[in-house]
Design a protein around this ligand. Structure first.
Ligand code: APR
Ligand code: PHB
Length: 391
C-alpha cells in the first residue's frame, strides 16, 4: 500500500488526525490492533476543553457534540466532609468546557471517517516501523495471517501507552519520565440522572468524583487501593462508599442504580521526549499519560493532533517545515503544563498511603486557600480550561 501519512492506532488521536488530514486533501492509512467494536466499547474520559471542542468542529464532527454535550461554566470542589465550593471557570478564565464521553466521540469520528472513505485497517498485528531516518519510511504488519506493508512519507504513532511506535526510535534518542501513584480509580457508569455539576472531592476516606455523560447516564469514581479488583466492589459497596465520601448536601443528591460498566485504572504521569525523530512523530497517549484528575488526557491528544495536522498541512500545501520542525517542542510545552497541573490536582485531592498529619494539614490549608482566594482559583481555572494553542 502507498500513502502520504501512515498512522498507527485508531483511538481518538489517530482517527482525528486522519480526518483533519483528509479534510485538507492529504492521504493517510490508519492501522489498528483491535476490532472496531472493541475500540468503540472502551469507556474513557469525558471532559473536553473548549479548544478541543473547536478542533472537533473543524474536523466536521461537531454536530452531535453540540447537540448532546453538556456545557459547564465551572466545577465543584468538596473537602473535609462539609465544605463545598464552586470554581467559576467562565468568570476566571473566560472559558467553558463540555462533558461529552470519549466513547461517543469515537463513534462520531468513525462515522465521519467512513463517510470520507479514509482507510482504517483493523485487527492488525506485528506492527513494525522502518526507515524513519529517510524520507521513505514504511509500516509493516500482518493482518489475518497475511504480511502487508505501507510505504509512506511520514509515520505517526498514535498507538497509546503500550504501542510500538516509541521503541522504533533508536536507543539513546528517547528520554522517558515516569511517576506512578500508589492508588487507582474505580469508575462506574450507571443509567441514573447525574448531578448538575462535576464535583471533585477530597475526603478522609479518599478521593471521589461525580461526573456525567448525558441526562440519564452518570459517571462516578472513587480512589481505591491498586491491589483491588472490580470483583471486590459490588454496586452496593461502591454507592455506600461514594456517598460516605461526599459532604451530606452533595451525597443526598446522588441517585444510585445498577452499574452498566465498572473498571479500575491505575494513575500515572509519563512523558516520552522528543515527540519526533526523523519522519516518525508521536501523538497522544503514545507520548504521554497524565493521571485523570485534571481531565487532560484526551485534551492533550487533541492538542498534539492540532499541532501535527497544522504542520503536515503546511508541509504539503506550502512546502514549508516551520511547524514540523517545531512540533515536538511546541507539543511538549503543553504536555508538561498538563503533567504539572494533573499532578497538582492529584496531590491536592487524594489520600496517599504514607499521608502524615502534616500532609493532611497542608492539603486542608491548600484547599482553604483555593476556596478563599480569587487568585488561586484563577490559576486553577486557566489550567483546567486549557491554555490557548500556540500560533
Ligand atoms: N498496532 C496497532 N494499533 C495499536 C497497537 C499496535 N501495536 N498498540 C496499540 N494500538 C492502538 C490501540 O488499540 C488504541 O486503539 O492504538 C490506539 C491508541 O488509542 P488510545 O489509547 O485511546 O490513545 P489516544 O488515541 O492517544 O487517545 C488518548 O485516550 O486513553 C485515553 O486518557 C486518554 O483520553 C485520552 C485518549
Ligand atoms: C469523567 O467524566 O470520566 C472524568 C471527568 C473529570 C475528570 C476525569 C474523568 O477529571
Amino acid at each position: 500500500m502507498l500513502t502520504q501519512v501512515a498512522i498507527v492506532g485508531a483511538g481518538p488521536a489517530g482517527s482525528l488526525l486522519a480526518l483533519l488530514l483528509h479534510n485538507a486533501g492529504i492521504e493517510s492509512i490508519v492501522v489498528e490492533r483491535q476490532t472496531r467494536q472493541h475500540v468503540l466499547s472502551r469507556v474513557r474520559a469525558g471532559v473536553l476543553e473548549w479548544g478541543a471542542v473547536e478542533v472537533f468542529r473543524r474536523a466536521g464532527v461537531g454536530a452531535r457534540l453540540d447537540a448532546e454535550g453538556h456545557v459547564h461554566s465551572g466545577t465543584g470542589i468538596a473537602f473535609g466532609g462539609e465544605h463545598v465550593f464552586f470554581v467559576d471557570i467562565e468568570r476566571h478564565a473566560n472559558s467553558r468546557f463540555m462533558a461529552y464521553g470519549q466513547t461517543m466521540l469515537q463513534e462520531d469520528l468513525y462515522l465521519a471517517i467512513d463517510q470520507a472513505n479514509v482507510q482504517i485497517e483493523f485487527e492488525v498485528d506485528h506492527v513494525a516501523i522502518h526507515d524513519i531516518t529517510t524520507a521513505a519510511p514504511s509500516v509493516a504488519f500482518t493482518q489475518h495471517g497475511e504480511s502487508k506493508r505501507i510505504d509512506c512519507q511520514f509515520v505517526v504513532g498514535c498507538d497509546g501507552f503500550h504501542g510500538p511506535a516509541k521503541s522504533a526510535m533508536p536507543a539513546g534518542v528517547l528520554r522517558t519520565y515516569e511517576k506512578t501513584y500508589p492508588f487507582g480509580w474505580l469508575g462506574i457508569l450507571s443509567e441514573t440522572p447525574p448531578l448538575e455539576q462535576l464535583v471533585y472531592c477530597n475526603s478522609e476516606r479518599g478521593f471521589a468524583l461525580a461526573s456525567q455523560r448525558n441526562p440519564m447516564l452518570s459517571r462516578y469514581y472513587v480512589q481505591c487501593p491498586l491491589e483491588d479488583s472490580v470483583d471486590d466492589w459490588s454496586d452496593d459497596r461502591f454507592w455506600h462508599e461514594l456517598v460516605l465520601r461526599f459532604p451530606d448536601r452533595i451525597a443526598k443528591q446522588i441517585i444510585t442504580g445498577p452499574s452498566i460498566d465498572k473498571s479500575i485504572a491505575p494513575l500515572r504521569s509519563f512523558v516520552a521526549e522528543p515527540m519526533r525523530f526523523g519522519t516518525l512523530f508521536l501523538a497522544g497517549d503514545a507520548a504521554h499519560i497524565v493521571p485523570p484528575t485534571g481531565a487532560k488526557g484526551l485534551n492533550l491528544a487533541v492538542s498534539d493532533v492540532h499541532y501535527l495536522s497544522r504542520a503536515l498541512i503546511q508541509h504539503y500545501h506550502d512546502r514549508h517545515d516551520h511547524y514540523l520542525d517545531r512540533y515536538s517542542e511546541m507539543a511538549l510545552r503543553r504536555v508538561w503544563g498538563s503533567v504539572r497541573f494533573s499532578w497538582w490536582m492529584t496531590s491536592l485531592l487524594h489520600r496517599f498511603p504514607d499521608h502524615t498529619e502534616i500532609d493532611q494539614r497542608l492539603q486542608e490549608a491548600e484547599l482553604a486557600y483555593l476556596q478563599s482566594s480569587d487568585s488561586a482559583q484563577a490559576a486553577m481555572c486557566e489550567q483546567y480550561a486549557g491554555l490557548p494553542f500556540e500560533d
